[in-house]
Ligand binder design. Structure first.
Ligand SMILES: Nc1nc2c(c(=O)[nH]1)N[C@H]1C(S)=C(S)[C@@H](COP(=O)(O)O)O[C@H]1N2
Ligand SMILES: [Mo]
Length: 370
């Protein structure tokens, strides 16, 4: 091996009958999803929140850690952890979803982290205000974007890089953008970005840069790999495509009854059963959730919970079902205030992003006569 291209090939689509590869399994074992039964919690307990790490978890010493704020600012800043903690604390409850959620269910399948539907979680993020820090540094006239650099390093499709994402300045100045050093009331764990990460509510996961070490204000749009190459909606390999930004609406059903070990098909005793789940959107608040028990042929409205604290937090819903013996395919679809609704046809793109096709939960209600 003499060039990076030899270890890091181009993105590809699976062949028509190609099963999940050992490389996809390797990624899936590192980056776990949220078990669907955890939809019962308003705030996902640590360890049950999904995880996505492109390279390795970096080794960062809290004693030498510094956050640098530089670029097109009047007063560049350099802060250690104690100085970050001295700033006013803010807490935001935020639902995070990986942009690749749903990828492995696409046909053809883009070969990458093979998510099904459960790459999601909701956490309470505590830290200091990004907007306040940026104001202290003073972006100069002409500043358009802010580039966030992580301490993790790797190679992706032949490009060696630190994990970096650019964000429009107006988004970075939102009052709810957090530089988080705590998760669910405890220290930020290594896998979620210790000691510091960005949380930018409403956006798909890739924007929430972990192991954040540098914030650079720039006066031209950022053209780094994760913005210009990786996270774009494209149909053809050569296309530039549109950027992946906010979460599209999605509802998930908490699978009822109990599972078969291998197939995960649910066994639900006959009788009345309350189906529950969560729904979210990063574009606009969820306004409606409908449930199907016949794989999408017919729909009925669910009852939305009143627990929403912010538009970017998943909302609970319930649906009362009279289960009679038979086989069923349960699913739920969300609609948000912008009028977006989950599709019944797969929204295919080459990267396998934002596949919010309605979930399919197979349920068997056995005959009670034994
Ligand atoms: N530095 C850095 N930040 C990162 C990533 C990464 O690999 N490196 N992965 C991103 C992606 S793709 C997602 S979906 C979220 C996942 O956050 P979580 O692991 O805390 O759930 O982190 C984002 N931030
Ligand atoms: Mo992601």
């Amino acid at each position: 091996m003499t060039t990076l291209d030899e270890v890091s090939g181009p993105g590809r689509l699976a062949e028509p009958d190609e099963g999940i590869t050992a490389e996809e399994l390797q990624l899936a074992a590192r980056n776990h999803a949220m078990p669907l039964e955890a939809l019962r919690y308003d705030v996902t307990p640590l360890g049950l929140h999904y995880l996505l790490i492109h390279y390795d978890i970096p080794d960062i010493s809290p004693d030498t850690f510094r956050l640098e704020i530089d670029g097109r600012v009047g007063r560049p800043l350099s802060l250690d952890l104690a100085e970050l903690r001295q700033r006013p604390r803010i807490t935001q409850r935020v639902t995070l979803e990986c942009a690749g959620n749903g990828r492995a269910l696409l046909t053809p399948r883009p070969v990458s982290q093979p998510w099904l539907v459960e790459a999601v979680g909701t956490a309470e993020w505590t830290g200091c205000s990004l907007a306040d820090l940026l104001r202290d540094a003073g972006p100069v006239d002409g500043a358009v974007e802010v580039v966030f650099t992580g301490a993790d390093h790797g190679v992706e499709r032949g490009v060696e890089q630190d994990y970096q994402r650019g964000l429009p300045l107006a988004e970075a100045l939102r009052a709810d953008a957090v530089l988080a050093y705590e998760m669910n009331g405890g220290p930020l764990p290594p896998q979620h970005g210790y000691p510091l990460r960005l949380v930018i509510p409403g956006w798909y996961g890739m924007a929430h840069v972990k192991w954040l070490r540098q914030i650079t204000v720039v006066d031209t749009p950022f053209t780094g790999f994760q913005n210009d190459v990786a996270y774009r909606y494209r149909q053809e390999a050569g296309e530039y495509g549109d950027p992946v930004t906010r979460m599209r609406p999605r509802a998930l059903v908490r699978p009822p009854g109990f599972p078969d070990f291998m197939s995960r098909v649910r066994v639900q005793p006959a009788g009345p059963v309350r189906i529950t789940g969560r729904a979210w959107s990063g574009e606009a608040p969820v306004t409606r959730v409908e449930v199907t028990v016949d794989g999408g042929t017919t729909w009925a409205d669910a009852t939305l919970g009143v627990d929403t604290t912010a538009p970017w937090v998943w909302r609970s819903w319930t649906f009362d079902w009279a289960a009679t013996p038979g086989r069923y395919v349960l699913g739920a679809r969300a609609t948000d205030a912008s009028g977006q609704q989950q599709p019944v046809d797969q929204p295919w793109n080459r990267g396998g992003f934002a596949n919010n096709l309605v979930q399919r939960v197979e349920v068997v209600v056995p005959d009670q006569s034994t």
